[in-house]
Structure formats: C-alpha cells, structure tokens
Design a protein around this ligand. Structure first.
Ligand code: PGA
Length: 249
C-alpha cells in the first residue's frame, strides 16, 4: 500500500503572531508540493492569522496541543471545538516536551487522542524513548506501551486515519538524528504493534512519521524507508530548509 507522506512542522514556543504570518508567507512558495500533506503546527495564538496567511495554499495549519474536556473551568487550556471552529484538522498530542514539562502521561494522551477523533481532528500522536531507555535496550517495549495506551478504545476506523510520530527524545533538538536503520526499525515495530491491536489493514493505513533533528540533508533517506511516512520537524521547520524537506525527492 502506498501511503501519502505527511510532513509537519512543529513550531513549539517560537514566533509571535506577526512573525508567524511572515514565516508562513516566506515558506509558502517553498513548501508547494501537492504530492504530500504539509502541516504547520503553530502556537495557539497564531493559528488564526496563520490560517489566513495560508489560504489558497497546500499548507494546513495544526495545533500543538488540545485539552480533553469540551469546555469549562480549565484555565489556560484550548478546547477541541475552539480548534475545529477555525478549521484546524491536525493536533500534536503527547509531544515528549509536554510529557516532560507539563506532566502529560499515557493516560492523558489517550484521553486527548479520543477527544480529537470525536471532533474529527487528526491527532499526531507522539512517542519516543529516552537515551537511557535506548541504552538499556527497552526502546521497543517502551514504545509499544506508549502506543497501546494511546490507542485504548480508539476504533480501527479512527486509527487508520491517525498519524504517529516516532521521536526519540535524545534526537530532539540535539542535532543527533537517529540513523535511518534505527528510525525504520522502531517505525516498523510501531506498525506491527498497530497490527496486533487492530488488523493488518489498519497497520498498513496508519501513517508513521519520524521526528528528531530532521534536516534537508537527512529527510530523503529517512522518508524513503518502507515504514516512515514523513516527518515531524522542529528546528528546521522555522527555516527555508523546510521547503527542501517537503520537496525531499
Ligand atoms: P527537532 O524537533 O526537529 O528540532 O529535533 C522535533 C520535534 O520535537 O518535533
């Protein structure tokens, strides 16, 4: 099965709204490519202006986080219908930075994934091991646990449309990209795990990205792997280089 590639930028806590608009305008011509899905996940306050700036282009604007309740006394959080109201179709869930600094757990990730599907938002579900876990040889076990809990009570039809981002924590923002073999090995293991939870059709449909220090130099080889369906890109998504990553072929 040939899966459509999805290349997403994760802007993290960078760019003011006016800088964000300028960046969308700068990258617009560079990321033109109708053969892949291109998503810019931007800070919540920049979603609306970026949507305006990206109108008429192939760029989809996504969110970096979302809460798992509909509304109410959750100061500072963003509800799913706030995202859908402005046309958001993608949301990053469970990024390792959110797990590390904002106490997200596999359980809250699962709640958010289910809530995103309820609102027809595609979750980009993040997983990834620490350096210590890799050195201890528990990478695959750890990732399987993250995936199994993230997809608890998610139906096969929903899972087929999900995106999983495999991001080894030791490779994020460090310039230390995983080797192509390491990235492919874990992405393949994630696909096997999805096949065990659901079935082969679901495993073949779900899209799995690699993330962690992806650059224009490493993108082509990574994205050519059989189980890597694109990338989640941090640092390089804020630069013209992102155009090269999107047009990696
Ligand atoms: P990086 O970040 O590309 O800067 O390593 C990736 C991510 O955290 O999504």
């Amino acid at each position: 099965m040939s899966r459509r590639k999805i290349i997403a930028g994760n802007w993290k806590m960078n760019k003011t709204p006016s800088e964000a608009v300028a960046l969308v305008n700068e990258l617009k011509p560079l990321v033109a490519n109708d053969e892949v899905d291109v998503v810019f996940c931007v800070p919540a306050i920049s979603i609306i202006p970026c949507m305006e700036a990206a109108k008429g282009t192939n760029i989809k604007i996504g969110a970096e986080n979302m809460y798992f309740e509909e509304s109410g006394a959750f100061t500072g959080e963003i509800a799913p219908n706030m995202l859908t109201d402005v046309g958001v179709k993608y949301v990053v869930i469970g990024h390792s930075e959110r797990r590390e600094y904002f106490a997200e757990t596999n359980i809250t990730v699962n709640k958010k994934v289910k809530k995103a599907f309820e609102h027809s938002i595609t979750p980009i579900v993040c997983c990834g091991e620490s350096l210590e876990q890799r050195e201890q040889g528990v990478t695959i076990d750890f990732i399987r646990q993250q995936i199994k809990i993230a997809f608890l009570d998610v139906t096969a039809d929903q899972a087929k449309t999900a995106v999983i981002a495999y991001e080894p924590i030791w490779a994020i923002g460090t310039g230390k990209v995983a080797t192509t073999e390491q990235a492919q090995e874990v992405c393949a293991a994630i696909r096997v795990c999805i096949g065990e939870i659901y079935d082969e059709a679901t495993a073949q449909a779900i899209r799995i990205q690699y993330g962690g220090s992806v650059t224009a130099a490493s993108a082509a080889e990574l994205f050519a792997q059989p189980d890597i369906d694109g990338g989640l890109v941090g640092g390089a998504s804020l630069k013209p280089d992102f155009g090269k990553i999107v047009n990696y072929k």
